[in-house]
Design a protein around this ligand. Structure first.
Ligand SMILES: [Zn+2]
Length: 291
């Protein structure tokens, strides 16, 4: 839930409490006055935070709650904490660790340690990395219990707002990426799809409706995740790739970009655009980028 003081600050016209000043991108109207970088009531605001080679998404829900999906590598824990604090939250209602790889859960222990936490969801996948153990320790210290994230789990179901997990479908996979929790957030007529690092194997098993306006592209744009068959089901109008500049994996793949371009010209990349913020009022979608 949002702290009240932020609203008060906004009422008296102080908007300097965020570090980001986003320029409108791909907008036909140019407006020098920057909107305060804060969700208004009845708005869903999805932040795709630039965390280099990794994933971290914060979603301000129109019911006043907030969700975090992944938290980048450990070096970004501080930045994510600050980012969420600047938005005015002291509680994160829903935390999703899509899968236990360091570029997704590295900063999560720090985030969990810094906020009150509602529910935390993780897939039933186990690794023995130090990062993972560190996260589990923090969860234990805060006396939180982890809920299993898998296809069919309804995180939230309200009149105009629903959060549904659509993968993983199976109990076990050989590739840890395929345990990634994949979920849809639907607000009014608009849907956001988050894919973690799910690969083709997992994405092809999804039976739920995954038609979405905004796609967080799987596995940093790797050619092992996004396929034509998948995009045919999603039909995205906006695609966001969370990826680090000059990464050693060659993400995103040129072939993934070409595939996406068959569906949309609205492709955003955190390595080129910095943090990407997508707003929905339930009908219309607007995008702002850091650069
Ligand atoms: Zn990853």
């Amino acid at each position: 839930m949002k702290k009240i003081f932020l609203s008060l600050l906004l009422l008296i016209g102080v908007s300097g409490c965020t570090e980001l000043h986003l320029d409108s991108s791909q907008s036909s109207e140019s407006n020098d006055e920057k909107e305060p970088f804060v969700a208004s009531e009845d708005e869903l605001v999805a932040h795709y935070i630039d965390v280099g080679q990794g994933d971290a998404s914060v979603i301000e829900l129109p019911n006043g709650e907030v969700m975090l999906i992944d938290a980048g590598t450990s070096g970004y824990g501080d930045d994510i904490v600050e980012y969420i604090e600047d938005l005015g939250y002291d509680t994160i209602d829903y935390v999703v660790a899509t899968h236990p790889h360091a570029d997704h859960i590295g900063g999560m222990a720090e985030v969990i340690g810094s906020f009150q936490i509602g529910s935390i969801y993780m897939p039933k996948a186990v690794t023995t990395s130090k990062t993972y153990e560190n996260l589990l320790e923090t969860i234990q210290e805060k006396d939180l219990s982890v809920k299993t994230g898998k296809a069919g789990v309804e995180v939230l179901e309200e009149d105009d707002l629903a959060i549904l997990m659509v993968a993983p479908v199976r109990e076990s996979y050989s590739n840890l990426n395929n345990y990634s929790i994949v979920l849809t957030i639907t607000y009014g007529d608009t849907t956001f799809l988050y894919t973690g690092d799910a690969e083709e194997d997992s994405l092809s098993e999804i039976t739920s409706n995954i038609k979405a306006d905004v796609l967080k592209v799987g596995h940093h744009g790797s050619d092992t995740s996004t396929t034509k068959e998948f995009l045919e089901k999603v039909k995205p109008e906006y695609a966001i790739i969370s990826v680090g500049e000059g990464n050693s994996y060659g993400h995103p793949a040129a072939s993934t970009i070409s595939l996406l371009e068959e569906y949309t010209s609205n492709i955003y990349r955190t390595d080129l655009n910095g943090t990407v913020v997508v707003r929905s009022d339930g009908v219309n979608i607007t995008v702002e980028t850091e650069r």
